[in-house]
Write a protein that binds this ligand. Structure first.
Ligand code: ADP
Ligand code: ZN
Length: 441
């Protein structure tokens, strides 16, 4: 067992270590209850179950879940704002909205109990990361309708951390407070942390010497192991991965442990399945597919078999940390982000992985997709170190080619690479948009 992660004695983590049989029993009991709740209270779910000829009492085992209908983001949009609520308004204590890129946002209402379930996931994530009540936690996720800020805020407080609710933005002040208050952990998107890291370096602030920062709790957007390595080597902190989505609660649906090998799902609350997105059939453990969640004990906006559009797999073997709850692989792609370039599927994270293997490349890039005649074109603009740009034209050309080849090795198509100066590409204080697809204009 990994010594770092051994928090088996911590009562907050009890559910992470129960036997698989006990967990399946807990899940089945909760599943029967939530299916009944949906059938009785959510008209759309009732209609769909009736259409499929399935009644709540037909759910006798966890495998019977495959008879239940799926839910999708479009259902939340179609039923905007409260059509999928499962309780009367007097029981709802909070609204959250997902950022939603087009049209109306999606709205999720939570009961007091739903918030407790959510926060339980955040607390267990933080414990998994090695955070304790001794830590000072700066929450630099946006506060408000977005779940990142309030999720980490209440989770941090529940664990007993001293929370610094900076929200996103005002990067100079973030750095000042981090130093002055002796912040030991920060929670934000990985792209915002890279921005903070850059600004600190520009001011000559050495993270290792001038801050007490030890942990980063990063999520809300895809990021790669390569970026994680970069962050850790520049700052000396340990970078953790936290996953979640508004529809299912918020951050804290799954979290990496200190083995940094996938993310443990808090499956006593959020039951995971992986399906083949074309056939909609569940796939065996270890096979990649679309992640689907059933919220086992959230009643305000209950979700049965919610299709996340995130791509991952269930890691078949047990983690070295000793936890029994299942793991999913790092979520490096969502179907929404998939680009089809000359018939080939390309994910931005694959380009990122290629970029980050090359020396002198900075973690700032933007992808441009266009069409010339009938041909799709793809270009990545990437920042490289100032000394690289000062090199002879011949060395620059070599660097450009090395990058293009590193990417081609992964995605199998040629990509135009343009090297740009440090600090010339846009930065983000929240989720980063890394792609401009001019074909969609
Ligand atoms: P939106 O879908 O509008 O971005 P959310 O703010 O609820 O809404 O974001 C949830 C989505 O963010 C997830 O479905 C997933 O695609 C992405 N996400 C969240 N955490 C992570 C993570 N740790 N790694 C990769 N992607 C993540
Ligand atoms: Zn583990």
């Amino acid at each position: 067992m990994c010594r770092e992660c051994n928090d088996k004695e911590n009562p907050l983590s009890r559910a992470d270590y129960v036997s698989v049989d006990e967990m399946r029993n807990i899940q089945l009991t909760k599943l029967k209850k939530i299916v009944r709740h949906c059938y009785d209270n959510v008209p759309l779910t009732r209609l769909r179950m009736d259409e499929k000829g399935v009644k709540p009492e037909d759910i006798k085992t966890l495998e019977d879940m495959r008879f239940l209908p799926f839910m999708k983001k479009t259902d939340l949009r179609d039923e905007y704002p409260k059509g999928l609520f499962g309780v009367p308004m007097r029981d709802i204590v909070r609204f959250h909205c997902s950022s939603g890129t087009t049209g109306k946002p999606i709205v999720v209402g939570s009961t007091r109990g739903d918030l407790d379930v959510w926060i339980d996931g955040v607390v267990r994530s933080l414990v998994m990361d090695g955070i304790t009540n001794e830590d000072i936690l700066q929450v630099s996720y946006g506060y408000g309708l977005f779940t990142g800020g309030l999720g980490l805020h209440y989770g941090g407080e529940a664990l007993g951390c001293a929370v610094v609710p900076t929200s996103g933005g005002n990067t100079d002040r973030q750095i000042m407070l981090m130093r002055d208050l002796g912040v030991t952990a920060i929670a934000c998107t990985p792209s915002y942390f890279i921005h903070i890291m850059d600004e600190a370096l520009k001011k000559g602030v050495d993270f290792r010497k001038e801050t007490k920062l030890r942990h980063g709790i990063f999520g809300a957007e895809p990021w790669t192991d390569e970026i994680r390595a970069k962050i850790e080597s520049v700052t000396g902190i340990e970078a953790h991965d936290i996953y979640g989505l508004t529809e299912v609660s918020g951050p804290g649906v799954a979290s990496s442990c200190r083995c940094h090998s996938g993310l443990h799902v808090f499956e006593d609350h959020f039951y995971p399945e992986i399906i083949n997105p074309d056939t909609l059939e569940p796939v065996p453990d270890g096979t990649w597919g679309e992640l689907v969640f059933t919220t086992l004990d959230r009643f305000g906006t209950p979700m049965l078999r919610y299709r996340t559009r995130d791509i991952t797999r269930i890691i078949p073997d047990r983690c070295d940390c000793g936890r029994t709850i299942r793991r999913i692989d790092r979520i490096s792609a969502r179907t929404d982000d998939m680009l089809i370039i000359r018939g080939v599927n390309v994910f931005p994270s694959q380009i990122e992985a290629g970029l980050m293997t090359v020396d002198k490349v900075l973690p700032h890039y933007h992808i441009y997709v266009d069409r010339e005649g009938d041909l799709d074109t793809i270009e990545v603009k990437v920042e490289v170190t100032a000394d690289a740009l000062g090199d002879q034209i011949k060395s620059l050309e070599l660097l450009r080619r090395t990058i293009a080849e590193a990417i081609k090795k992964i995605i199998n198509i040629s990509i135009k690479v343009t090297l740009v100066e440090p600090h010339s590409l846009p930065r983000s204080e929240g989720k980063m948009n890394r792609v401009t697809d001019n074909r969609k204009k």
